[in-house]
Design a binder for this molecule. Structure first.
Ligand code: NAD
Length: 445
């Protein structure tokens, strides 16, 4: 089938590559000319395991095209995916300008019927807005061309995006049109062989399903962080509690890791956007507001622990920071906890020596060159002459480091671990002051 994808970001590029891999012809279009040029030269704009060979081989095979020519891209496919960003507006609601711009472009150039599939995460009702936009442009053109608007939210996880798209848990498709259902079934047939993963529903339910999924996951994390803060104060160990509740299959082990807060391009903005949607319809979404507030506070947790350990005197200290991306196996720094921490440390007069296996270029792009940030080539180099080690991201390579070496390099053997990677008792035996999340700091009741 011939498919066009608008927006070559995390979602658009991965989706395009896996569709090409199973044999569809995919034309990717983006307004970022540099990105398109780089992709034509085999340079992949993001780090995502398995993505580079997939893109390169399908590009070489001619099944994956990259262009900035929107007119040609609209002509290319009967199926037109919208996979552009929906960042938060100033008030937290989703900014739909990019989605609407694509809708206008499709309506302006289409010369045949189109199925327009919204893959971006958009508030409930956006399908109707996109439909109105396309209809208005077609009316101006005095065109009666047929089109359908479909909601097909994306559930991929950064860091596992390729395998998630190749083997999706579910394929949610919002449409009530039988022809569109047939086309979508054919499009996704290669991903649907083992058992039927397609769940058809109306457009609004599909739009809300995406928010409900992300808000549920964010809720689990904030709930667990709240438990961790309580555990810390009552002298319990949250890791024991985690095991204790995870074994209940109604709760499960997934997504109940305490830590220094969630980040990324999705959870923060999607929780905020659903709060905003609720406000607009006169509903007070108390759980979602609390999820957001708990997370914002949790992102300052490591700084509070550091500040307490150094009695409020962190000015002039050098912080070795391991992990910058919002989670492992990605270079995405959007809303990363490391950014909140670094900005608090800088405001307090500390210097950061950071290492991340993938996100150093992105950090450099965001912060530029500044005297209080040194990006180091290895995790060992980041320790050199530092006063403490802080861990923000649970990359595999941080899980079993050489603790003797860490001790030798640090001015003082103190570790602040935002991801609970180590055992507190063993760290004490090794002679470290070890601060983690929800473990150890007991206050007598
Ligand atoms: N990143 C994720 O893990 C993830 C997962 C599920 C859903 N989503 C949702 O998918 C959407 C896209 O997210 P992303 O992370 O891929 O975004 P992104 O910022 O990585 O990529 C968006 C791309 O769209 C391009 N673009 C903007 N306007 C355009 C236009 N008019 N025509 C063509 N291209 C245009 C941008 O240049 C950019 O390359 C968002 O709504 C997001 O919430 C993201």
């Amino acid at each position: 089938m011939k498919v066009t994808v608008f927006g070559i970001g995390y979602v658009g590029l991965v989706q395009a590559a896996v569709l090409a891999e199973v044999g569809h012809d995919v034309c990717c279009v983006d307004v970022d000319a540099q990105k398109v040029e780089n992709l034509k030269n085999g340079l992949i704009p993001i780090y995502e395991p398995g993505l580079t060979p997939l893109v390169q081989s399908n590009y070489e095979a001619g099944r994956l095209l990259f262009t900035t020519d929107a007119k040609a891209a609209v002509e290319f496919g009967e199926i037109q995916f919208i996979a552009v960003g929906t960042p938060p507006d100033e008030d937290g609601s989703a900014d739909l300008q990019y989605v609407q711009a694509v809708a206008k472009t499709i309506a302006t150039y289409m010369q045949a019927p189109k199925i327009i599939i919204d893959k971006s995460t958009v508030p409930v009702g956006t399908g109707d807005k996109v439909e109105a936009t396309v209809a208005a442009v077609l009316a101006e053109r005095e065109s009666t061309l047929e089109f359908h608007i479909v909601s097909n939210p994306e559930f991929l996880k950064e860091g596992a995006a390729v395998s998630d798209c190749m083997r999706p848990d579910r394929i949610v498709i919002g449409t009530e049109n039988d022809h569109v259902k047939d086309v979508m079934t054919e499009l996704y047939a290669p991903f649907n062989r083992n058992h039927d993963r397609i769940i058809f529903m109306d457009v609004r339910s599909a739009e809300l399903t995406k928010y409900a999924a992300n808000c549920m996951l964010a809720t689990k994390i904030s709930f667990m962080n709240e438990m961790a803060n309580i555990a810390e104060m009552v002298g319990a160990d949250i890791e024991n509690v985690r095991n204790g509740i995870g074994s209940d299959e109604r709760i499960g082990y997934h997504f109940i890791y305490p830590g220094c807060g969630y980040g990324g391009s999705c959870f923060p903005k999607d929780v905020q956007a659903l709060v905003k949607t609720s406000e607009q319809i006169g509903y007070d979404s108390q759980i979602l507001k609390a999820v957001e507030a708990v997370n914002a506070k949790q992102k300052t947790k490591l700084f509070e622990l550091i500040n307490r350990h150094f009695n409020g005197d962190v000015a002039g200290k050098t912080v070795a920071l391991w992990g910058l991306s919002f989670k492992p196996k990605t270079d995405d720094m959007r809303e990363s906890s490391s950014r909140v921490l670094m900005e608090l440390l800088w405001a307090a007069g500390a210097k950061v020596q950071a290492f991340d296996p993938e996100a150093m270029e992105e950090t450099q792009r965001i912060y530029g060159s500044r005297p209080d940030l040194n990006l180091m080539g290895t995790k060992e180099a980041a320790l050199n002459g530092a006063d403490m080690l802080v861990i923000c991201t649970e990359w595999q390579s941080f899980r079993a480091p050489d603790f003797d070496m860490i001790k030798q390099q640090l001015a003082e053997p103190v570790i602040f671990d935002g991801r609970n990677l180590y055992d507190p008792q063993r760290m004490a035996d090794r002679g470290f002051s070890y601060y983690a999340i929800g473990r150890g700091l007991s206050i007598k009741l």
